[in-house]
Design a protein around this ligand. Structure first.
Ligand code: FAD
Length: 621
């Protein structure tokens, strides 16, 4: 049976990638359908109840700057907020929030339900409808056919998902949800390169059985940080603390004793797991010299006793989980509510994608999220936004858009994925960005909101707030540059008292602000600038203090941008590029990079090969 309405864009999957994809497509004016297995699990956090962290917080701010939902949802659901790396430079400072997972789901669902141009439907997709090599719709488990002009797949860990607990395993998309088997089989028939990855989750604990008096308490920051550029502290629900315990040598002995029944150590699991988020059995084996690991005891919400013990992800047999959990301080009487497990699933080689996240093998088909070999809610959501946007732009006959590596972490991630692929679950780190002094959390809106407005992603309210902030920054910078303090004056004496340094000659307040010891709050007192919003003062201070470094990075970007963005037309025949080795030519033919910059980042493509390509392109034009 055919569904009565034809859509512009169909998004399959209501996780973090799918919800951002559907919202982005709909915001751009495309008639969008979000088709998901279960409406109750829209925006569900499969693993840890937290958003943000180093590198990930940057992605959340960028999604927000482009009008996405993630930051605002965590502002409404966050029960503990912290700025990580607060004492380090602004480039690596990152916001992280513990979530009440039900409040988070509610916030996402309510945004979806109130989004114009967006329809929701609950069904499992079993097949793709393909006409003349183009994806034109999907068919569900009950045989219902939905047609559209672009399809975005965001099926997470569900494709061929297999859950492992000890040597037992069974089919599942995550605990409590069915795997996507029919769709996985259908996709395996298409010419995409497919492989298996795995990830894991810890057992959840009944908080009533934990002795908190033995644990170290960890409070959130005061004042409480806010995620969204439009957010306010008043949006947050009640804030509560987390706790810390540790594993010990007994815990490690118990874990080692169970390895003969571990699916990872007996070769039952073939997929590669996340190196940076290892299971506790991995940590015990890889860091054998350590007899203790820190475990964060994180509440799952305000109205539940369930606890997420962050750091003991495991797929050991249940009886081993039970024993090692009870060996930890404060957990002597702990009861497990849900066992820990690992999951193996299909993912597709992201080198088969364009930067728009459309697949190279089938027009109109886009992939986003865990299906592309990434791990993490933030990575998934960021890809979802780009895939949804570009699916809509394809339908509207507009050129695709993806930020460059010097514009956003989103650009760094997508470029990494499509040029280098991934052999293990890919997660974001600040170290992946070569221009991280420019790609800070604090300036994500200044980097992206104007572009988002042009693309149709940013609504009137966000645009107005952003424009006011941008004007206020420029105004304050102007005022600080105009106000001078004369050496030997009364003001200079006051300034010297504050900052403990003698003012040798006349200086503007802007010059003073550049000094590391000068704090913007006090400086504003001198400026008599009135009530300056926190975000504005922070931005002016960062731009002033890091001006030298920022300018240097900008100069480097300007120098490389011309070549980096040079398009490589579809019809370049790499076999005719004189001097190019067979190996490089084969790589370029297979991967078909869109720009010279992308080509240069494909492993094995040397600077010499890039020079040859450049000469070839110049000759052709
Ligand atoms: P998901 O959030 O998985 O969402 C997929 C959506 O698609 C679901 O709504 C599902 O119902 C729907 N769907 C699937 N198939 C179909 C179909 N055929 N038809 C209709 N709808 C369909 N991340 C970390 O960063 N750190 C971790 O330690 C970590 N551990 C994890 C442990 C486990 C056990 C699991 C399951 C995940 C873990 N993750 C972890 C990964 C994190 O959950 C994902 O990265 C993130 O949820 C991916 O988002 P997504 O939108 O791509 O997919």
């Amino acid at each position: 049976m055919k569904f009565q309405k034809i859509f512009d864009v169909i998004v399959v999957g209501g996780g973090h990638a799918g919800t951002e994809a559907a919202l982005a497509a709909a915001r751009c004016g495309a008639q969008t359908l979000l088709l998901t297995q279960n409406i109750e699990t829209l925006g569900q956090m499969s693993c840890n109840p937290a958003i943000g962290g180093i590198g990930k917080g940057h992605l959340v701010k960028e999604i927000d700057a482009l009008g996405g939902v993630m930051a605002s949802a965590i502002d409404q659901a966050g029960i503990q907020f912290r700025i990580l790396n607060a004492s380090k430079g602004p480039a690596v400072r990152a916001t992280r929030a513990q979530a009440d997972r039900n409040l988070y789901k509610q916030a996402v669902r309510s945004t979806l339900e109130n989004q114009p141009n967006l329809a929701l439907f609950q069904q499992t997709v079993a097949d793709l409808i393909v006409e003349s090599g183009e994806a034109v719709g999907v068919k569900t488990q009950m045989g219902l056919e939905f047609y559209a002009r672009a399809v975005v797949l965001t099926t997470g860990t569900f494709l061929g998902g297999k859950i492992h607990i000890g040597l037992q395993n069974y089919s599942g998309g995550r605990a409590g949800d069915a795997a996507s088997i029919a769709l996985a089989e259908r996709l395996r028939e298409l010419p995409f390169r497919v492989d298996r990855l795995k990830t894991g989750t810890p057992p959840r604990i009944d908080g009533r059985t934990i002795d908190y008096s033995k644990l170290q308490v960890q409070h959130g920051d005061d004042p409480v940080p806010v995620f969204s550029f439009l957010g306010k502290r008043e949006d947050h629900p009640r804030q509560i603390p987390c706790y810390i315990t540790r594993t010990n040598s007994e815990t490690h002995d118990i874990i080692r004793s169970g390895l003969d029944r571990s699916p990872m150590y007996t070769g039952v699991i073939e997929g590669v797991g996340p190196r940076y988020c290892p299971s506790i059995e991995d940590k015990v084996m890889r860091f054998a010299e350590r007899d203790s690991h820190q475990i964060f005891v994180e509440p799952e919400g305000l109205n539940t006793n369930e606890i997420y013990p962050n750091g003991i992800s495991t797929s050991l047999p249940f009886e081993v989980q039970y024993q090692f959990v009870r060996s930890m301080l404060g957990f002597e009487q702990a009861e497990i509510i849900r066992p820990g497990y690992a999951i193996e699933y299909d993912f597709f080689d992201p080198r088969d994608l364009k930067s728009s996240l459309e697949t190279k093998h089938m027009d109109g088909l886009f992939f986003a999220g865990q299906i592309n070999g990434t791990t993490g809610y933030e990575e998934a959501a960021a890809q979802g936004l780009i895939a949804g946007l570009n699916a809509a732009r394809r339908v509207l006959g507009l050129e695709s858009w993806c930020p460059a590596r010097d514009e956003a972490y989103i650009g760094v991630m997508i470029d990494d994925l499509i040029t280098r692929g991934t052999q293990e679950p890919y997660r974001m780190f600040t170290s992946r960005a070569e221009y991280r002094l420019l790609l800070r959390e604090d300036n994500a809106d200044l980097r992206l909101t104007e572009k988002g407005r042009e693309l149709g992603l940013v609504d009137e309210q966000r645009w107005r707030t952003f424009s006011e902030k941008r004007e206020a920054i420029a105004r304050l910078q102007g005022e600080l540059a105009k106000k001078w303090i004369r050496a030997g004056s009364e003001q200079a004496a006051q300034a010297e008292q504050y900052w403990g340094k003698k003012l040798q000659k006349e200086a503007s307040l802007m010059e003073l602000l550049r000094r590391p010891e000068v704090d913007v709050g006090r400086l504003l007192g001198f400026a008599e600038a009135g009530d300056v919003p926190e975000q504005v003062a922070e931005q002016v201070a960062i731009q002033a203090k890091y001006a030298g470094y920022i300018d240097r990075q900008q100069t480097e970007i300007n120098r490389t941008r011309r070549y980096d963005h040079l398009p490589l037309p579809d019809d370049v025949d790499y076999r005719n590029v004189s001097g190019l080795s067979n190996e490089v030519s084969e790589k370029l033919r297979q991967q078909r990079p869109e720009t010279l910059g992308q080509a240069s980042r494909i492993p094995g493509v040397t600077p010499a090969a890039i020079s040859l390509l450049l000469v070839h392109l110049k000759k052709k034009s």
